[in-house]
Design a protein around this ligand. Structure first.
Ligand SMILES: O=C(O)c1ccccc1NCC(=O)[C@H](O)[C@H](O)COP(=O)(O)O
Length: 214
């Protein structure tokens, strides 16, 4: 079974549509020093996370520069998990882990050095296509075979992200067999607004492909 995270919801209508579509996780982006239409302020992030129902995981996606900053955001927004995009070293992720109860998803690039050291300090790795400023949401795919190697070689759950769409997600799941897939821009009608039909097709195609891959 491959889980699905839909990232970058900016309002409650999109959040509820993502849940209705059967996604396993909802990503809320707050505290990123890059220009993105998917970022929301702290109060909105708090409300969006609070409205995610039981048995679906709310994920705060953030780019902290210090452990303290990450702790402050997690304590304010109270997500079920935090996805750290850039900014913290493996040792700092370890320090963060000792200060929060939430699971930590560390973002890495597929060809980054020392991925294993992130794996020892995170509950999951999200392998993404990252832009020059370290941000995600690029809409760009990367070398799926490299991510497949990580799935085979590391014990930690691997989440595949970057450039996924309803059209290519089945192929991605069959190639990589990840723990989960993640999408932001590939299911939008405009920047920061989800296309509900595309969200449903993405979830359906990912899960059907996972069943076929067993
Ligand atoms: O989506 C963003 O705009 C973003 C900006 C800064 C940091 C992280 C961001 N997104 C995090 C995600 O988990 C995205 O789903 C992931 O990067 C995949 O994006 P896409 O290629 O658009 O599907």
């Amino acid at each position: 079974m491959t889980r699905v995270k839909i990232c970058g919801v900016t309002d409650s209508t999109d959040r509820d549509a993502v849940v209705t579509a059967g996604a396993d996780a909802v990503g809320v982006i707050h505290g990123v020093p890059v220009d993105t239409p998917r970022e929301v302020d702290a109060a909105t992030a708090e409300k969006l996370a609070d409205g995610v129902p039981p048995f679906v995981t709310s994920v705060l996606v953030t780019m902290p520069t210090t452990v303290q900053e990450a702790v402050r955001r997690v304590d304010r927004i109270e997500p079920d998990a935090v996805q750290v995009h850039d900014g913290l070293s493996p040792a700092e992720l370890g320090a963060l882990d000792s200060r929060i109860t939430q699971d930590i998803v560390a973002v890495v690039e597929a060809d980054a050095p020392a991925i294993e050291s992130y794996a020892t300090h995170a509950d999951a790795l999200l392998v993404d296509s990252v832009d020059a400023d370290g941000g995600g949401g690029t809409g760009e795919t990367h070398d799926w075979e490299r991510t497949r190697d990580l799935v085979d070689s590391l014990d930690v759950p691997i989440v595949l992200a970057g450039g996924l769409t309803p059209e290519n997600v089945a192929d991605a799941v069959e190639t990589v067999e990840p723990f989960a897939v993640d999408v932001a821009s590939g299911v939008e009608s405009a920047g920061g607004t989800k296309d509900h039909d595309a969200v449903s097709r993405f979830v359906r195609n990912a899960k059907q492909a996972a069943e076929g891959a067993v």
